[in-house]
Ligand binder design. Sequence first.
Ligand SMILES: [Zn+2]
Length: 365
Amino acid sequence: MNAREYYYTVLAPDEAGLSYAALHLEADGRHSTYYEEHERPTEEQWAAIFRHVPEHSNDALLEDVFKKIVDRSPVRLRPRLNNMFIAKKRDFRPIAGAYYFNDSYEGELIRFNVGLSDACLQYSTLFADFLNLLRAQARRSNGEPVPEFSRLSERVARHAGQLAELQVRWSKIAGVVALDENYLPTSPDSLEYAIKTAVLTDYFILAHEIAHHLLAHTGAENSAGEMLANIPEWAQDWIRVKTSHAVEFQADALAVLLLTGSGSQREKSDIVFEQRVWEAAIGSMLALTVIGQFADDAENDTDTHPSIRSRFSAVGRVLASLNAHAFRDAVEDILPFQQLLFRFQRRGIGSWDAQFTQSLTNSKR
Ligand SMILES: [Zn+2]
């Protein structure tokens, strides 16, 4: 029995092999106010989402993301990857997890709660508007007239306030992302970037859970340990920390390697590689930023988990070791965004050690 068969026969027989959309989206998505201001998906697009036949995931988007990760992975890992199944669950706690039930089936399971992708989409929506504002600010300080500047900055302030109110509510109800009618409105000039960015966070979150499996953190054998050994020692934050912390640093690092196609035999040009590092940088650093907004204390380790701050720094070192230029481009957009969030929410990892960033961005490729 592979992980998909196990999921549908043992864990979720009530889902009867149906896609996430077929089970939940008719009620949740199609009539959501999220689409009100913009073009809704066409009938054909909806039909394609509903028709999705679960192979590696019950969700069409996650299936697509997963296949692209497999495509970039070293060939020897693919048989194991192809036995994995990603279950999207209608659960509003913003978490994902990797599960392996010893001997009960061949293959490994990943749970991806809709609350996590919803939260990432909301933060990505604000991030997209915020980047528009940053670019406008840069043009303005070059002496260009930017008539839309005050409209952009007013919108960012309004939405940052709105998201802060949402986050207070989510945090109060134990981190449950209850959106109902409270989606942040998107704007036509940033919608595409918001969705693209949200998908990059999905890539990282999924790759992180895959990495837990591949590195034997869930029980099966370790197939990817030697990939981590190629990372320079100054970027190996898992050395000399306790195991429960080390596994998170390792999963973050391997996720970045998988997303960038590092360790794969395939030829790739420098430009393609740099673009992949940039995408992995935005996805990983934004996902950790969002998780940091939910953390009671993003700055300090707990017994079981390293702090979000230290995971953010560690993944930055891995990214910088792969391509310092791509890392710098991404981090220059992420850091001011974290500061914006901190100003409005008084939580997260928005205060940053500028000197540390400087030392990273000056490092060699
Ligand atoms: Zn983890």
